[in-house]
Design a protein around this ligand. Structure first.
Ligand code: AMP
Ligand code: ZN
Length: 484
């Protein structure tokens, strides 16, 4: 078995850079909070998924046998502070005069199509929240039986006062707590403690909740609270231990805090102790939000002529724990960098069959791995691409390194370089199409004269060509002939 390098990642749970460990050596269970499918994903959401994708691919590259699981939130849930507790799925269905399930199907497909354009791998398991209602009911029942939950006013609540500890992410004050409470039912008089949250609803302010299920808790039909889906989906596919749990920073509280509370209360032991949170992408006016009306999507970038992979490069060039401000100027810069890289790669000899220079390969590969192994420094990992291009070695080794790195970075650089090479060859083949042979011969003779520094002859030939009705234009790619 390949020796797995040590990986240190910032862990929001301990607020330190911890050495990554897994429950079973060599195997890694990874859980990702998936999208709420009531609208298109904005490029901020996709920043989180890009960085999680790089993390997953790096784990695989390092030698872990990874199983990655993601939920799709398709059952109405109460939302974070930005949305003032409106039900996202119902809001989407009303807006588009469709059913909740139609909305969920449409935006789930749209999400995976955006992911494909950004080379984000589909997780090994994708589980819509509505698939696991019996599992949620079972978890809620166990929590009731163990005394961690109580019924009040037609809902089942988690009793946070029964825990030895809550707020493991530890960065929340009274004001945050109030926000978290608002995420549930506003000024809910049924709660015993301010931080208690709903596990199962039958009574909420959303009278027209579209999807409801029977439960042993009440006679009325009901539906699950938001947090329970991630605990149950993770446990179903990864077992009682989750090695690493990912999401955007906004998920830390109340969502992840409550996931930990209910999972550990249910299991009776620690559940997940490595938490990876991606900082937000902001636009120049502040945080990006799907509920703000107009927002930036992958399709919008494409409409404006941008390659989605340039957006991926833009994300990789900044650290996942730093807020990132999006602007089209910044994307233009990333486009230039992407094109420069592609041009440099296109100059390599793709047919080079030389033996791989192992020493250079190992040296640069180690550098690439080390950069990612220290809190996923993707910007430094990208800079190793330039080291490869500058390295004093054969093209076969350079191409081999680039291909290895692209397993993790997924920028399709070789593919883009091959396309560019093909276009250049086609342009070359058509360069003198429709120009009389006599003129082409003179232009080629002139090029040879210029090379031999016989400028008098070169000028003479230019005049002769002109006399035949053609102008020679010198470009960095050679002479062009234009009919006057
Ligand atoms: P949602 O579809 O709202 O459930 O969000 C999907 C993912 O995107 C979650 O992991 C969020 O934490 C993350 N997210 C939301 N807004 C942003 C943002 N502006 N920048 C980066 N990630 C975000
Ligand atoms: Zn979640």
């Amino acid at each position: 078995m390949k020796e797995i390098p040590q990986i240190r990642l910032y862990n929001s749970y301990t607020r330190r850079k911890d050495l990554l460990t897994t429950h079973e050596p060599g195997k890694l269970g990874m859980y990702t909070c998936g999208p709420t499918v009531y609208h298109y994903a904005h490029i901020g959401n996709l920043r989180s998924y890009i960085m999680e994708d790089v993390l997953e691919k790096f784990f695989r590259y390092a030698g872990y046998d990874v199983k990655r699981v993601m939920n799709v939130t398709d059952v109405g849930h109460l939302t974070s502070d930005a949305d003032e507790g409106e039900d996202k799925m119902i809001k989407g269905a009303k807006r588009e005069h469709k059913t909740v399930m139609e909305i969920a199907k449409f935006y789930t497909d749209a999400f995976f199509s955006d992911c494909a354009k950004l080379n984000i791998r589909t997780p090994d398991v994708v589980e819509p929240a509505t698939n696991l209602i019996p599992e949620y009911i079972n978890m809620v029942q166990v929590l009731l039986d163990k005394g961690y939950a109580y019924k009040a006013g037609g809902n089942v609540y988690f009793d946070t006062s029964k825990l030895d500890r809550y707020y493991v992410f530890g960065e929340h004050d009274e004001e945050d707590l109030a926000v978290g409470v608002r995420e549930g039912v506003e000024e809910d008089a049924n709660k015993k403690n301010k931080a208690d949250f709903v596990l199962w609803f039958t009574q909420s302010k959303f009278e027209d909740q579209a999807l409801k299920w029977e439960s042993p808790f009440f006679d009325e039909m009901g539906y699950p609270g938001w947090h329970i889906e991630c605990s149950c989906i993770s446990m179903k596919h990864l077992g009682e231990y989750c090695d690493i749990h990912c999401g955007g920073v906004d998920n830390m509280f109340p969502h992840h805090t409550n996931e930990i509370a209910q999972s550990e209360a249910y299991l009776g032991h620690e559940w997940c102790t490595q938490w990876f949170h991606v900082a937000h992408l902001n636009d120049e006016t502040g945080k990006m939000s799907k509920s703000k009306g107009e927002f930036l999507t992958v399709s919008l970038l494409e409409e404006k002529g941008y390659n989605p992979l340039v957006y991926r490069l833009f994300c990789l060039q900044s650290h996942y724990r730093k807020n990132l401000v999006f602007s089209f100027e910044a994307l233009d810069n990333a486009t230039q960098q992407y094109e420069k890289l592609v041009q440099k790669i296109a100059q390599l000899n793709f047919d080079d069959k030389s033996e791989i220079d192992k020493e250079t390969f190992d040296k640069l590969n180690d550098k690439f791995v080390k950069n990612l192994a220290i809190d996923l420094n993707t910007a430094n990992a990208v800079s190793v691409l330039y080291d490869v291009l500058k390295a004093n070695t054969n093209d076969a080794t350079k191409l081999c390194l680039l291909e290895h790195f692209d397993y993790v970075l997924s920028l399709d650089l070789r593919k883009a370089a091959e396309k560019l090479k093909k276009e250049q060859a086609e342009r070359e083949a058509n360069r003198y199409a429709g120009i009389p042979e006599e003129v082409v011969a003179m232009v080629e003779e002139r090029a040879a004269a210029k090379k031999a520094k016989d400028f008098a002859k070169a000028d003479e030939l230019r005049d002769k060509v002109k006399a035949l009705g053609y102008t020679i234009k010198d470009t960095p790619q050679g002479a062009e002939i234009v009919k006057d």
